[in-house]
Design a protein around this ligand. Structure first.
Ligand code: NAP
Length: 499
């Protein structure tokens, strides 16, 4: 690989990596984007299960500077989103900057050179002044620790690694999990398989999805008058943002939204299901929004099919031939599909990140993933996180957050350039104050009302989510604040020779 020192290395070529590339290109920085896959798209490349689509309308779930008048419907399917990201990559001229098929094992801050050393799986290294982590929170499928899982003799795969070679036609299939992915693929596979058993640990709140095809006249209109598309985008944004009321407060407005969701979901269940036992099993026993609210149109009607069983008995083990429940019953199946989600809250993930004086990020975050604005960590100079801790959302587009973060990072890079600084690090007191504020505010949100979800870490605290509106986040990230950062000078030790 080219030994030239990069201004910025971007890790990941999903939405965040592409948006970072656009920002760095405009800035005239020397940069490279590294991704272990073979194409761009991140989670939109990896999740190809039947029915995969975004639960935020695409006129909003898209980059503000690369609007697409051609969206075929309100909630386009995964292939359309992936093609959009491919096209944007080409239009921005980013492809030559992306190194595919390269896995980064570790990044290490060098106190003498003030550079990040990036170590690749093939043993090579590269140096960069700054690193932007765009690895995404939903990139690592979570495999359940169920006894005997390795003994299953049939076919088993995770929804994020769908086996398209495997024909489910006429098979007995078990699905484990009833989250955002399962509610999308279960209705797609139910008509194909011979029998489907859905294992539900906790019932999701599922609202209808207002998904309509885009009439050709509207696509033409948006092509000719982009302003009208922007207007529509802002309308969708405002509607989504209003949902925050239900999540981030516990006042009368939150109670009213929560009651509306309960009424709507009950009506959906009653309309689709006649069996009182199944109806009761579909009704969640926790606050709407505590786990992610789901939207799907045929979830409840699929569970009501005669060839679909909803099994709420806990799973005790997986055997060579099927799934054994806690009461000792064994349900024999040919295929098991794991809709068990992602390891989204075990920060910092498998990539080893070593900061100043050999400080490991995993150690720094042992008691909680503390950052400033979800972007910077003290002791890790010139390291910037996208969609990092404390910035996930339950109600709006994460791309909005990513763009706000990139605007802030751009401010940091411009500040360094303007003042001839080689490295800065956020002050520890800022990080402490921000984390303390986030945890305090999270205590008043729906996410801490007592359910378990991927929002929570193994230790129980919510390190994933932003407890405010996206407007507030935009406001707080709109300027890089030099007074909250310290200049980092090279260590007095000898400058490492070689690389
Ligand atoms: P998820 O929402 O975390 O759901 C995982 C499901 O697996 C839950 O029902 C969970 O039960 C169950 N589960 C996990 N371990 C289990 C075990 N050992 N035994 C039995 N059940 C188990 O995962 P996901 O559906 O893949 O979605 C993850 C996130 O991806 C979403 O929240 C969303 O942010 C994103 N996503 C988005 C879209 C979209 O449209 N934008 C689509 C798909 C995914 P419990 O609830 O009881 O823990």
């Amino acid at each position: 690989m080219n030994p030239e020192v990069l201004d910025v290395a971007v890790i990941g070529a999903g939405v965040g990596g592409i948006a970072a590339g656009a920002m760095l290109r405009d800035l005239g920085a020397s940069f490279a984007i590294f991704d272990k896959g073979t194409t761009v798209g991140g989670t939109w490349r990896d999740n190809t299960y039947p029915g995969c689509a975004c639960d935020v309308p695409s006129h909003l779930y898209s980059l503000s500077f690369a609007q697409n008048p051609e969206w075929s419907r309100s909630y386009p399917a995964q292939p359309e989103i992936e093609s959009y990201l491919e096209r944007v990559t080409d239009e921005l001229g980013l492809r030559p900057r992306i190194h595919f098929g390269v896995e980064i094992l570790a990044i290490r801050w060098e106190d003498q050179t003030l550079l990040w050393d990036i170590e690749f799986r093939d043993g090579t290294h590269r140096s960069a002044r700054s690193v932007i982590m765009a690895t995404g929170p939903l990139s690592r499928p979570s495999l359940p620790a169920i006894e005997g899982i390795e003994t299953f003799a049939g076919t088993m795969f995770h929804s994020a690694r769908w086996d398209h070679e495997h024909d489910l036609c006429g098979e007995r299939v078990a699905v484990i999990g009833t989250g955002a992915s399962a509610v999308q693929f279960v209705p797609e596979i139910a008509p194909v398989v011979e029998h489907l058993t859905v294992f539900q640990r906790s019932a999701p709140w599922v609202l209808p999805r207002d998904d309509r095809p885009a009439p050709p006249w509207r696509q033409r209109l948006y092509r000719r008058v982009p302003f009208l598309q922007r207007l529509h985008r802002w309308r969708v944004y405002a509607r989504q943002e209003l949902l925050a009321v239900a999540f981030i407060g516990r006042g009368r407005a939150a109670a009213a939204v929560s009651e509306r969701i309960r009424t709507e979901v009950r009506a959906q269940i009653d309309a689709a299901i006649s069996d009182p036992e199944l109806r009761a099993a579909c009704l969640p026993d926790y606050e709407p929004g505590c786990k992610r609210l789901l939207i799907a149109n045929s979830w409840y009607s699929t569970l009501a099919r005669p060839d679909v069983d909803l099994c709420t008995r806990p799973i005790r083990a997986i055997t060579p031939t099927g799934v054994r429940t806690a009461d000792g019953d064994e349900i024999e199946v040919d295929t098991i599909i794991l809709g068990t989600g992602f390891s989204a809250s075990d920060y910092p993930g498998p990539l080893r990140i070593t900061g100043r004086a050999g400080l490991e990020l995993a150690d720094r975050w042992r008691t909680g993933a503390a950052t400033d604005l979800g972007i910077s960590v003290d002791g890790f100079p010139n390291l910037y996180l996208l969609a990092g801790p404390s910035t996930g959302l339950g109600h709006n587009s994460i791309i909005f957050m990513i763009e706000a973060q990139l605007h802030h990072i751009r401010g940091a890079l411009v500040h360094q350039r303007r003042h001839g600084l080689r490295a800065t690090t956020v002050r520890s007191d800022r990080v402490g104050a921000f984390y303390e504020e986030i945890q305090r505010r999270l205590g008043r949100t729906v996410w801490t009302t007592g359910c378990s979800s991927w929002y929570r870490s193994a230790a129980g605290q919510v390190d994933t989510l932003w407890p405010g509106t996206t407007v507030e986040y935009w406001w707080r990230t709109r300027r890089f604040r030099p007074d909250r950062h310290e200049v980092v000078e090279p260590d007095s030790g000898p400058v490492a020779a070689g690389r």
